[in-house]
Ligand binder design. Sequence first.
Ligand code: GDP
Length: 529
Amino acid sequence: MSELLEQIQKRKTFGIIAHPDAGKTTLTEKLLLFGGAIQEAGAVKSNKVKKGATSDFMEIERQRGISVATSVLAFEYRGHKINILDTPGHKDFAEDTYRTLTAVDSVIVVVDVAKGVEEQTEKLVQVCRMRNIPMIVFINKLDREGKDAFDLLDEVEQKLGLTVVPLSLPIGMGGDFQGIYNLWEKNIEFFLEEKKQRVGESVKITDVTDPKVDELVGEKAAATLREELELIESVYPEFNRDDYMAGNQQPVFFGSALNNFGVRELLDAFIDIAPNPQPKESSIRLVRPEEPQFTGFVFKIHANMDPKHRDRLAFVKIVSGTFKRNENYLLVREGKKMKFAAPSAFFADKKEIVDQSFPGDIVGLHDTGNFRIGDTLTAGEKLQFKGIPSFSPEHFRYINNDDPLKAKQLAKGVDQLMDEGVAQLFTLEMNGRKIIGTVGALQYEVIQYRLEHEYGAKCSYEPLSIHKACWVEADEKSEEFKEFARLKQRFLARDKYNQLVFLADSSFTIHMTEEKFPSIKLHFISEFK
Ligand code: GDP
C-alpha cells in the first residue's frame, strides 16, 4: 500500500456539536486522555463566552486566544490519527461552526440527558443533515436524573429529524444509575458513583437471558433491561454502516463524560464505523483523497493575537494528496503561486511546523491577507471546491466611518475582517452604503474593537430594521425581474462576491414577494447554484 493510502486510512476528522453546557469540552478532554494526548483533566480550555461578558473586550480577546488554541486537537488512538475540529456552541459564533462543518467527515452530537435537544443543537444538526454528514449521538450526564431513555430517543428523532439506532442502553438513571448495556460490544459496564470511575473490566454478556445479568444488576433492573432490549429490537432498525455513512441512520450512545463513563465505548465504536477522509465535489469534478496531487480549502481564518503583526493564520483542510512544506501551490481564485515555509500542524496542546500533511489533516498557513474563507489551493489544477456557504445574518447595521482621515484603513480593515468570516458585508445598490450583517450582536463589538486596534480606524453603527438577507436567483433580463428591482430598489444590495441580495424587512415581505414574483427565487443561504 502506498504511504498516502495508509495515511488516509489512519485518519478520522470530526467535530463535536452541542448546545453550550451539554458537555462538549468535557467529552473532548476525555477523548484526548484516552489518546494519551494530555495527561490530566482541565487541560482543554472551554472556549465559552461567559454570559454578560459581551461588552468586555478583554473577554473577546481571551475568546480569540482560546479559539485559536482549540481550533484543532489531534491525537492518536488504536493506530488512528484523530483530528477534532472545534465547533463553538455559542450562537454568536454559529457561522464559524457552520463553516467548520464543511471540513469534518463526521460529527458527534452531544445531548444533555436532562435538558434534551436544545436550540443550538437543532440548528447545527440541520446543517449536518443538509450535507448528509454521518452523525453519532452521545447522550451525556447519565449520572444525573434525566429524561427517560426512550423519550429522549423519540425527542432526538423528532426534533433533529434523525433515524436513531441505540447502540447502548442505560441501566437505571441518576441515583439508580447502575451502568450501561453496550449493544455494540454486547457487554455491561458498571458504574460506581462514589469512586467516580469505571469499575474494573466490563462484564461480557453473550445473551441477556443469562441469569448472570440478574445477579449483576438485580432482578428488577434485569427484567427492565430485557424488556427494553426487546423494544429496541422491534422498534428501531438494525445498525447499518452504509446508512450511517449516507446520513440516513444515527447510532446513539449513553454515558457520562465527566465520569469518563461510556466514553471509551463511544470512541471504540467511532473508530470502527466513522469515515476516513472523504472525496469532495469541486467546480469541475469529484476530488478523491488518494489522488497524489495536493488539493485543499480554507475553512477558517484567524487573525493574529498581536495587533502589531497583522498576519493571520488560514486553516486549510487537505482534501487530496500530500501537502509539502516549501512547495509551490496555486491559490486558484487569484491564479497566484504561493509557498509556505512554516505550515503548522496542530496537536492536543501545541502547534508545530510540519514538512508534510495528509488528507483529513488541517494545516495552519501564515497569511498576510491573501486568503478568503472558501479559497481553494491546489498543486496547479484550476478547480474550486464547493460548499462554504454563508447563511443569512440575524442582525444588520449600517457601518459609518468616524474618522474621515482613516477611510482607507477602515475599508481595508472591513475587507479583511469579512475575509476572515467575522461578519458579512452588503453594499446597497442604490447609494453604496455599507451594511454589516452578523449572526450575533457580539460581533459588532469585536469588529469595532479590532478595526481600532489593528487598523487604526474608527467606526460606529446605525440601526437598520432588516429581517433576513435573501440571495436572489432570477433571470435579470426578464420583465418580472425589472419590475422587482424597481419596486425593491431600496432593499437591493451586493454581497462580497457581488451576488445580488434582497434585504427583506419581515417574513411577511418575503412571503408577499415570492407570491408576486414567482419566477424569482429567494434563498437564505448563499450557496444555491
Ligand atoms: P460545553 O459547553 O458543551 O463545552 O460543556 P462543558 O464540557 O463545559 O460542561 C458543562 C458543565 O457540565 C460542566 O460543569 C461539566 O462539569 C458538566 N458535565 C459535563 N459532563 C457531565 C456529566 O457527565 N455529568 C455531570 N453531572 N456533569 C457533567
